[in-house]
Design a protein around this ligand. Sequence first.
Ligand SMILES: Nc1ncnc2c1ncn2[C@@H]1O[C@H](COP(=O)(O)OP(=O)(O)OP(=O)(O)O)[C@@H](O)[C@H]1O
Length: 305
Amino acid sequence: MISTTTTADDAPDASTSASDSSSVAAAPRPQVGASGGTDRYLPEHPTPVIECENVDIYYGAFRAVHDVSLVYGRHEITAMIGPSGCGKSTVLRSLNRMNDLIPGARVTGKISYHGQDMYGSGVDPIEVRRRIGMVFQKPNPFPKSIYDNIAYGPRVTGMKVDSMDDLVEEALRAAALWDEVKDKLKQSAYGLSGGQQQRLCIARTIAVRPEVILMDEPCSALDPIATARIEDLMEDLRKDFTIIIVTHNMQQAARVADRTAFFTAQAAEGTGDRTGQLVEFDLTSKIFSNPADRRTEDYISGRFG
Ligand SMILES: Nc1ncnc2c1ncn2[C@@H]1O[C@H](COP(=O)(O)OP(=O)(O)OP(=O)(O)O)[C@@H](O)[C@H]1O
């Protein structure tokens, strides 16, 4: 259950912007009931951690997303892809109530976390964001030392910690950054490269021991080498966390995701507003090799979007 106690809000501000999309060659992914490239077995249906049922999301009177029903599976990486403006980031931000911070944003339908209505009365959105952490497009370390970036969340949320030093090391190791920074923990996080800063932000998210990590285009500001490191890291993190990623990069979705949700935006009757909708959700291997919907096929083959 999500507790209703109030803790300090250490969530950074939401941000979105576009990045390049590209066509994709299908990458080998695990198949249902068979060991795939990562030696993993995937159940036919994901074991729900977060579930959306008939979700609409509005900004004021504008309905940005319509009728999304989607299950995010435990210890899986789920990618959300689709053309710019189809509502991927809007949906992502609704999964830990980050949209609450946007004036006029509102969610209808049901989003549940382990079966509990995340938007139910008495649910503390700050506790939701501790359980369901978020990593943003641009690395956004605090203007503090590397150590204090990690220690900040546990401190302000009043986490019981036996040894902060151990926790900092554990989080930095989990984010594959420890070896690079262990001798300069007291130095400013701003002295790190962009890729290191993004891994620091992942370590900062991990430090408050979330169950789910949301990633909003986490590699779009990074070069290919830094991107590859984050993708490798995601593969490692999946053992302990559930990961949901928004990406414009279809090759990235094909490389990292177990399951993929394809969204598109369609003009609504009457208003002409372009409203995002979920077209198809399936195993990534299926989405990229044999999609059920023509719109998905057109998008992944570069014919539209
Ligand atoms: N804070 C906001 N206020 C009002 N409208 C918004 C806000 N954020 C997003 N929108 C609108 O909601 C729709 C979906 O936007 P969103 O950013 O979720 O799409 P996206 O698929 O993530 O796009 P991109 O890939 O370009 O980041 C768009 O029409 C956008 O203009």
